[in-house]
Design a protein around this ligand. Structure first.
Ligand SMILES: *[C@@H]1O[C@H](CO)[C@@H](O)[C@H](O)[C@H]1NC(C)=O
Length: 429
């Protein structure tokens, strides 16, 4: 409807413009005759001449002197140079705008995370943010799981273990130890029907994911590494639903309720593979290179890895980013080991070509959250340490898991003082 009217208006306006141009050409010729050097004289700076002049000049060239034509040509050259310059400026400014938008976006996210700006305050009173805010729960991610978690979780947290039929006997020792301590907020993610039925018949909270989704096809068709990445993909949903998860392997004996021994101040709180204060909590390892003479000592930072089979993870953006980064690398890099990748992502700083993860981390007390090296090498040979009751024992350092798990139960639960003795500290290859 509006189009024809607009066309008509354009035609009328067009003929008016043609008349104006003709008048302009005529006036141009007259003025060129009377004022051969223009109105403003030769001193008028080129850069600030009005653009409209150049449109007048095209039609008037027929009655210009050669000198004037050269001047006009120079004008055109300088104007196109100017145009190129302006284009370049526009490009630069657009790029700067894009960068500042990006910066603003990051800054805004940080402001949202950190709240208002504050002054630093006096010496000794300054503490950086360690505890990230939790994400807004998103039930639409998995409504069925949301319902299960609503029933199982206590204060929005729970123990989660993945299990298939290969670990059925260990799983039984695992959930019996959990039941004995009176923990109710735990859930087995069954990777096959046999485990699903086994849990149901033992009154163990269990969840099997809907078949035919992308994750299952990884489980069915993927190699070892893709499958170890599964854990991180599955955990993501729990965090998105707003729950804190204490992820647990099944080669673990529970002796106390771990939720009574968490700090909950970090994105990730993990048990350590370390065996003493230095190895578990970090130390300055001096590297010696005598050829360097005066500077022969180079200081390095060392820490034994977090055990990716037992960690508490809060539902925060850094935590979810961690899960995504680990899952992504395990999917892309053949021969990568999930525990190594988990630690590298947590600890390596940003550097050229790499943006490191900024997650807060805490190492659990290695006597309370005890690995089997600490138990079989140190604790069982030390009269005082032997009297301590750990929260959990993780049989991570030994391949004969089931008999050692049972021995741990005998020792700590049934009080059989020599239950740990038959086992060597290390294992044969
Ligand atoms: C290890 O660290 C704890 C505190 O984390 C401390 O109480 C203990 O004395 C330390 N042990 C040794 C052997 O340094």
């Amino acid at each position: 409807m509006a189009a024809p009217r607009r066309d008509k208006g354009r035609a009328i306006r067009g003929s008016g413009i043609a008349i104006a141009i003709l008048i302009g050409i005529a006036l141009g010729c007259i003025f060129a005759f009377f004022f051969p050097h223009g109105f403003f004289g030769p001193d008028w700076p080129t850069q600030t001449r009005p653009f409209s002049k150049s449109t007048l000049q095209i039609g008037s060239s027929s009655c210009e002197s050669p000198e004037r034509v050269n001047m006009l040509k120079a004008d055109v050259v300088s104007l196109s140079e100017k145009n190129a310059q302006l284009n370049k400026q526009v490009r630069e400014l657009t790029e700067r705008l894009r960068l500042s938008e990006q910066g603003k976006d990051n800054a805004q996210k940080q402001v949202m995370a950190l709240g208002e700006q504050h002054k630093a305050g006096p010496f000794g009173t300054v503490k950086a943010l360690r505890t990230s805010p939790t994400v807004l729960p998103d039930e639409s991610v998995n409504p069925r799981l949301a319902k299960i978690l609503d029933q199982v979780a206590v204060r929005k947290e729970l123990i989660v273990a993945l299990a298939n039929s290969n670990v059925k006997t260990m799983l039984e020792v695992w959930f019996n130890s959990i039941k004995r301590v009176g923990i109710t907020n735990y859930l087995v993610v069954a990777l096959d029907d046999q485990i699903l039925e086994f849990c149901k018949s033992n009154d163990v909270p269990v969840y099997k994911r809907d078949p035919n989704d992308g994750i299952d096809s990884i489980a069915r068709t993927g190699g070892n590494h893709a499958v170890s990445g599964l854990k991180f993909r599955i955990l993501r949903e729990f965090l998105q639903l707003g729950y804190s998860v204490l992820l647990s392997d099944v080669d673990i004996i529970y002796l106390q309720n771990p939720f009574d021994h968490l700090y909950r101040d970090s994105d990730v709180e993990s048990m350590s593979d370390g065996h003493n204060n230095m190895t578990a909590y970090g130390y300055n390892d001096v590297f010696d290179e005598p050829a360097m003479g005066w500077a022969r000592y180079a200081h390095t930072m060392r820490i034994w890895v977090f055990n990716s089979g037992f960690f508490y993870i809060r539902p925060t953006i850094p935590s979810i980013e961690l899960l995504d980064r680990v899952a992504d690398r395990l999917a892309r890099q053949q021969n990568s080991w999930d525990q190594a990748v988990f630690n590298e992502e947590l600890y390596f700083p940003s550097h050229p070509g790499y943006d490191g993860l900024h997650a807060a981390k805490r190492t659990m007390d290695f006597y309370l959250f005890m690995n089997s090296k600490v138990l079989f090498k140190t604790v069982r040979t030390d009269a005082k340490l032997k009297k301590l009751k750990p929260v959990i024992v993780h049989v991570n350092y030994h391949p004969d898991k089931l008999p050692r798990m049972k021995a741990v139960v005998e020792f700590y639960v049934n009080g059989k003082q020599d239950a740990l003795e038959p086992f060597p500290a290390g294992s044969n290859w």
